[in-house]
Design a protein around this ligand. Sequence first.
Ligand code: HEM
Length: 504
Amino acid sequence: MALYTAPIWLTLFLIPLLLVLKKMKNQNKQLLPPSPPKLPIIGNLHQLGALPHQSFWKLSKKYGPVMLLKIGRIPLVVISSAEAARDVLKVHDLDCCSRPPLTGAGKLSYNYLDISFAPYGDYWRHMRKLCVIELFSVKRVQSFRSIREEEVALLMNSISQASSSALPVDLSEKIFALNGSMVLRMAFGKRFQGSHFDNHRFEELIDESEAVAGCFTAEECFPYVGWIIDRFTGYHAKLDRVFYELDSFFQQEIDDHLKFGRTKREDEDIIDVMLKIEREQTKSCFGAHLTNDHIKAVLMDVFLAGVDTSAITVIWAMAELARNPRVMNKVQDEVREYIGKTGSVTENDADQLQYLKMVIKETLRLHPPAPLLLPRETISHFKVNGHDIYPKTLIQVNAWAIGRDPKYWKKPEEFFPERFIDNTVDFKGQHFEFLSFGAGRRSCPGSHMGLTTVEITLANLLYRFNWKLSGIKQADLNMEEATGQSLTISKKTPLILVPVNYLQ
Ligand code: HEM
């Protein structure tokens, strides 16, 4: 009996042991992406630099297009080629279409009730669908047309005054203010000039919100000790202040819209639309009722995603044109020939200007406002280029580096809009060498609104004025990127140009 039981016990012991050993062997076979050397505790944090997309680009030349970094305890995979971007944003889109739970984003989005920062799931799907249909559709964008045309006309008048005295204008300031006004009017249906909450404070608030929303706290990167750094930098106090200011502002606007006797407007603003949905909704929409917090979270998205991105694009475009007179003359000829002497460019006109569209494309290739898109978080395990990527990994796609890669672009550093003649490559999410609006499930739903704003602004600036540099040569125009921003990157120094009236 003992003779036979011994092998049975042995087998019962051996099988689990073999299984454990096999699992360990498989685990050893896992192929993580190459990594630059790390330091204890901080990992690769010291290699991020002031402009992470540029640092990642340099590192990727040595460590490849799929590269693993550690930011404290957080694993981060940086994607730097069109092929790997296709794998991540198309083939494995579903495996990595969530967003990391960032403290700042969580607070400013009323615990992820928005679209941009909400984790992937039913709620995000419903909310995104609702906003795509109700807020970002071609019809809705069209309904805001008069706002854009009026605001652009006001800007042209103010530049015209400066031009009559041959004064230089700070175009960066003016373009940010223009976009701020447009978004405020689209969201709240009124202008804020001269009030306590004027454009200047609004712009500051957007910058401050982006700075606290788009980054990890030290506590998230370094558990146990990070909170000391956060206390030292005043992160939470800053976040609370920004949240309080925006929240009271949004609440007041919602209350004003709910006031009895408010005159009904023909063109609904974003609060009108959201309040209508709140009134008419069926409970099944989100499994819960749409509340004021949902509305405020969407407003937050519209402000954070909608103001900076379009303004940054217009400013880079004007900077590139100012140092490329050949392109400047060609695009101005196109606009002026098409418009004649009518005095201004309408949105219908702007839509017909093919070379202008190429100028915008070329600007977005070289200067994508969100150079690393928005961070994604993986939901499940998958492989890219044979490398294992595990759940809860942060993914950043370096759209900026891919847009400058000589593998896909001839003379990539040159501002040459003609590269898009007879070229089907576009930024609509199907060509992974050109990712200014992202791709896949989390791609930008506001691209039509953004592009319409950029086109009408640029077309009028180019039609109404000739532009001269203020006391510097073209080659000396500062084209550096600003540091200290988190989600979007703008031009470092203000763009100062001298306007000369074309229509005397
Ligand atoms: C030139 C203008 C714009 C550019 C270049 C731009 C670019 C982007 C990029 C790169 C992303 C991230 C995509 C990804 O993670 O794959 C994004 C997301 C987003 N954008 Fe835009 N954007 C622009 C204008 C706008 C406007 C005007 C709005 C709305 C008013 C908007 C709303 C959003 C929202 C809500 C998301 C988050 C989508 C999600 O997570 O599901 N964007 N945008």
